[in-house]
Write a protein that binds this ligand. Structure first.
Ligand code: PGA
Ligand code: ZN
Length: 421
């Protein structure tokens, strides 16, 4: 049972404070878990509690969230069985008492929720993916590697936030990871040859100042081919527009400000996507429209949903309330899944299950601000939903997840499964 919970402020991959929780059980097990943090966040995400004290980290300190773990959450959970994930998460949600975890902070609650899961797995002598997913947990996710960054994750001239290489044609996770890591290295050479910058963005992908958004796709196709792979067969492309970040009213008007492409409507963006999907090996498109553009999203899905995976991130924020509406209104055919958008392990599992029950896909994701905690890798195998994004083949907080998946694959040996759909 839970003996103690401690929390300290550590720094994430952008140098901003985040919460690390240490869970100690009566049997002597002691583990830690660290919470990630987004930049292009959805409006209805669970609240990340920040101190707001301008004299510390520009107001971004998380000492209050840490204090909430030790002074409010720990006394309430002390003595509970760490395996009682549902009861533990429910107790914290009730203690918080708000709709969006604004009182205790989703960073405090999620830190405890993840640490308790890890502690229970260690106590049971089980790997985390096996503890959370059972003996059926043996499907490795296709690593959607974000090799070119734009939008709010970089200071360049690309409006769309993420361009990912998706090795769905590889025979295994490790081979898939090799395909896209090689593509990443080839892309660097191509950018160098063209005189572009090879500096990287928040998620470790290159962030060059390109002539247009479309050039990003052309360069990636070239990198796939020059690496010896077949675009569309071995490796396809996924895009996260993160369109909320260049929406002017969130309801159908956009300004592609970074590239200078200028103002566009939902219909313009849909027409552009149709053109690209016909021309390039695109397999998945996330947040093609903004979080409150439900109508545009449904139109996009009507036009392209039978050809590609259409993923909602900011619009659903891993919240079953919004995913349920999305299922009813045919808004998309998949949801992004981020633990800290909703703020507990139990609620994240609920969101994944809701997707699966309705024939939607669940796309597991890191955040742009990360730590080397690899919880997400185990969680992806436990959920078995077939794909995840964890940034590029650069920056150790990104590689920590991919490397943990290599470990899990090696442990599973011939039992490991790998397929796109
Ligand atoms: P974020 O970006 O972590 O900055 O929100 C990730 C995403 O939009 O998918
Ligand atoms: Zn996104």
């Amino acid at each position: 049972s839970i003996k103690d919970l401690q929390a300290i402020e550590v720094l994430d991959s952008r140098g901003n404070p985040t919460v690390r929780v240490f869970a100690t059980l009566e049997n002597g097990v002691r583990v830690s878990a660290s919470v990630p943090s987004g930049a292009s966040t959805g409006e209805y995400e669970a609240v990340e509690l920040r101190d707001g004290d301008p004299t510390r980290y520009g107001g971004k300190g998380v000492l209050k969230a840490c204090a909430n773990v030790m002074e409010v959450i720990a006394p309430a959970l002390r003595g509970m069985d760490a395996r009682e994930q549902l009861a533990i998460d429910r107790t914290m949600i009730e203690l918080d008492g708000t709709e969006n975890k604004a009182r205790l902070g989703a960073n405090a609650i999620l830190g405890v929720s993840m640490a308790v899961a890890k502690a229970a797995a260690v106590s049971e002598g089980e790997e985390l993916y096996r503890y959370l997913g059972g003996s059926e947990a043996r499907r490795l996710p296709v690593p959607c590697m974000n090799i070119l960054n734009g939008g709010e994750h970089a200071d360049n001239s690309v409006d769309f936030q993420e361009f990912m290489a998706v090795p769905h044609g590889a025979p295994s996770f490790s081979e898939g990871l090799r395909y896209v890591a090689e593509t990443f290295h080839t892309l660097k050479k191509i950018l160098e040859a063209k005189g572009y910058s090879t500096a990287v963005g928040d998620e470790g992908g290159f962030a060059p100042n390109l002539g247009s958004n479309e050039e990003a796709i052309e360069l990636i196709v070239e990198a796939i081919e020059k690496s010896g792979y077949k675009p569309g067969i071995d490796i396809s492309i996924a895009i996260d527009s993160a369109a909320t970040s260049f929406s002017t009213d969130k309801k159908g008007h956009y300004n592609l400000k970074w590239s200078g492409a200028g103002e566009m409507t939902s219909d313009d963006l849909i027409a552009l996507a149709k053109e690209w999907v016909a021309k390039y090996p695109i397999i998945l498109w996330e947040d093609p429209l903004a979080e409150e553009d439900w109508e545009g999203f449904a139109k996009f899905t009507k036009e392209l949903g039978d050809k590609i995976e259409v993923v909602g991130d900011d619009i659903f924020v891993t919240n079953t309330k919004f995913i349920r509406r999305g299922i009813e209104e045919h808004t998309a055919n998949a949801s992004l899944i981020k633990l800290n958008q909703i703020g507990s392990v139990t609620e994240t599992v609920d969101a994944v299950r809701l997707c699966i029950e309705h024939g939607w896909r669940a796309f597991l994701s890191h955040r742009s601000g990360e730590t080397c905690d690899s919880f997400l890798a185990d969680f992806a195998v436990a959920m078995g939903t077939g794909h995840l994004k964890s940034g590029s083949a650069s920056r150790s907080e990104r590689l920590a997840k991919y490397n943990r998946l290599l470990e899990i694959e090696a442990q599973l040996g011939p039992d490991a499964l790998y397929y796109w759909k």
